[in-house]
Structure formats: structure tokens, C-alpha cells
Write a protein that binds this ligand. Structure first.
Ligand code: GLY
Length: 334
């Protein structure tokens, strides 16, 4: 079993436990003062957890549509009817949709209660469940309402991945590719447990320096400006990691257009994503206009278009990119 400690500048620390059978450690993470655990999950997850205190399961719907303010309202009403108090704990068991929703409900119910995440997908284990970002979507875009709310702990039980559908696995690989470009680490050559642990370590290091995304944490959005637009326009039928994969290739092409990197770097991006079996071309049905509108709504956009781009000093947030460059480069991922 591996353990990564997330250490935040605010003084908060918490463990991320990675390994087969890690779920056994769940009761150790619950505060002594908690009498009840509200387990938030989806019917398809089918993973029973034993928190060791009185508990009740609260199921939410599947898919990104469930990541809504309506779901948060319904969950919080159900918690109140059951009598969940501020001293109790919410446990999110599932993929990124579940951990984002459970985390946001925990951040706001009774103005904040403990949350423990049990991510059951590769994507959630290496990204969504770690770092305290929680939130829901609006019709206008992904994750537009949310909060930073750090968990008490995260349990990444590798047994949960045994039954993960192929498309969910591919989705996680898109985020793994992102970590490859962040550090250059050969994640693809590691055993699964070490690969997940290393990705968590990379994320923990960045979040530890910049919990609230005032600087370095924005680099974790590499590939996400176009990625989020693809997901939003495609009504979330395209998996997050696949959308991010196209976004990573696009970001490399844009950096090349802006003469920030040479062509070899673009080829490296394409090769890494290909080796993970991920797509690098936009769905034909998506128009440039829709993508451009969606990208200007991105949370990172302050003025003009904002992207995380590779360059002579590595990855950086680049603001105020002119539309003609953004539009022209879309041709490279057609
Ligand atoms: N998924 C990006 C972040 O947690 O900052």
C-alpha cells in the first residue's frame, strides 16, 4: 500500500492511500466525532463500503447531467431528513461526477462537513478526488459553480479498477498523459500502483503550493480549455479524458503556431497520446464557432483566449491570445 500526504500551505494535511484493498483503511480516516456517514454513490458503482459507523446510501443519477445544482439540492434535503449533522461525514464513492458532487454538497451542507473520497475510476483516483476542487455544471459550461473543499482523506482501492469499462479507462489515460507533459515522467512505463501514486504525488505537489489556483495549479488545466468546450458541445457524450487528449494536441499545435515550441514537441504530444490509444482529432460535427464561444466562457479566460501552453520555460498560462490564431489552429485537429 502506498500513501501520499497532501500538505497544504493553510496547514491542512491529508492522506491519499493507494493500493489493492485500500478500502480497509476507510474507518481510520473518519473523525472520532462523527456518528453517521452519508455515502454518496451511483447504482452502477456497486462498491459497498464499511465506514464502521451508522451509515446510509444516497444514490445520484449517472452522467454529467447529474452534476447539477438540482442534485445538490436534492442530496442536501435528503441529508437533512436523515438528520446528518455538521459533526458527521459524507463519503463519495464513484468517479469524478460523484466525488465532485459529494465534495460540493459537503462544502455547503451546514456550511461545511467532513468528506472522504473513495474514487473508483482511474480518472478520479489520479485527478478529480485529490486537491479539493468540487462543483457542478451549468448549461453554459462545465464546473462553473463550485468550491475548494479539501477531503479528510482519499482511498484509491485498485480493486475498483478491475471492473472499469474500457472507455472509462481511456478517459483516465487522457489525464495521465497530461501528467506526462507536466513533468516528463515516464508514467507509461510504471506498474499501475506506482503510476497512480506518482500522478497523485505530482498533483499533491502542485496543489500544496497553490491550493486555490492563483498560480501554478492552473497548469493542471493543460489541454482543458478546448477539452471542456468539446465536452460541453458534445453534451458530455465524449469522455473527459478523450476530450482532454484532443485538447492537449491542440494546445501543442497552438504553442507551435505562436512559435513557443518547435515541431518535434508537437510530434511528441501526438506520439504519447497515440501510445495511450487516445484520439487527436475533433468530432466532425463540432463547428469552429461553437468551440470558440465555449472556450471564451472558460473559467481561466480573463481577457481574450487563455490557454496553458508549452514554451521555452515549460508550461505556462498564456492570456490574451488573438482569435485568428485560435481559429486557424483548429484546422490542425480536424
Ligand atoms: N483537475 C484540475 C485541478 O484539480 O486543479
Amino acid at each position: 500500500m502506498n500513501e501520499v500526504e497532501v500538505v497544504l500551505s493553510s496547514g491542512i494535511t491529508y492522506p491519499v492511500i493507494v493500493g489493492n484493498g485500500a478500502l480497509k483503511k476507510l474507518p481510520d480516516l473518519i473523525s472520532d466525532g462523527s456518528n453517521r456517514a452519508a455515502i454518496v454513490t451511483q447504482s452502477k458503482i456497486g462498491i459497498a463500503v464499511e465506514p464502521g459507523i451508522e451509515n446510509k446510501v444516497f444514490e445520484i443519477d449517472d452522467g454529467e447531467e447529474a452534476k447539477s445544482l438540482t442534485t445538490i439540492g436534492e442530496l442536501c434535503s435528503a441529508f437533512a431528513s436523515w438528520g446528518l449533522t455538521r459533526a458527521d461525514v459524507i463519503i463519495g464513492v464513484g468517479g469524478g461526477v460523484v466525488t465532485d458532487v459529494a465534495g460540493f454538497a459537503a462544502a455547503t451542507y451546514h456550511r461545511g462537513v467532513d468528506v472522504i473520497h473513495v474514487p473508483t475510476t482511474l480518472l478520479a483516483q489520479i485527478d478529480a478526488a485529490v486537491g479539493g476542487k468540487t462543483g457542478v455544471n451549468l448549461p453554459e459550461g462545465k464546473n462553473l459553480v463550485g468550491s475548494f473543499w479539501q477531503p479528510r482523506g482519499v482511498v484509491c482501492d485498485l480493486d475498483a479498477l478491475d471492473t472499469l469499462p474500457e472507455d472509462e479507462l481511456r478517459s483516465g489515460l487522457g489525464e495521465l498523459a497530461k501528467y506526462h507533459f507536466l513533468t516528463g515522467d515516464p508514467l507509461d512505463q510504471m506498474e499501475l500502483q506506482d503510476r497512480i501514486t506518482r500522478a497523485v504525488e505530482i498533483k499533491a505537489g502542485i496543489v500544496g503550493e497553490d491550493e486555490k489556483e492563483q498560480g501554478k495549479r492552473a497548469l493542471l488545466n493543460y489541454g482543458h480549455t478546448l477539452g471542456h468546450a468539446i465536452e460541453n458541445i458534445g453534451n458530455y457524450e465524449i469522455k473527459h479524458g478523450e476530450a482532454v487528449a484532443i485538447g492537449l494536441v491542440y494546445a501543442a499545435e497552438l504553442a507551435y503556431t505562436l512559435e513557443r515550441i518547435d515541431h518535434e514537441k508537437v510530434v511528441e504530444h501526438r506520439q504519447v497520446l497515440e501510445s495511450y490509444g487516445l484520439p487527436s482529432a475533433l468530432p466532425k460535427s463540432m463547428s469552429d464557432e461553437d468551440l470558440l464561444i465555449s472556450m471564451t466562457r472558460d473559467k481561466k479566460a480573463v481577457e481574450g483566449f487563455t490557454f496553458v501552453l508549452d514554451g521555452p520555460n515549460g508550461l505556462e498560462v498564456v492570456q490574451g491570445i488573438e482569435e485568428n490564431f485560435v481559429r486557424e489552429t483548429l484546422k490542425k485537429v480536424r
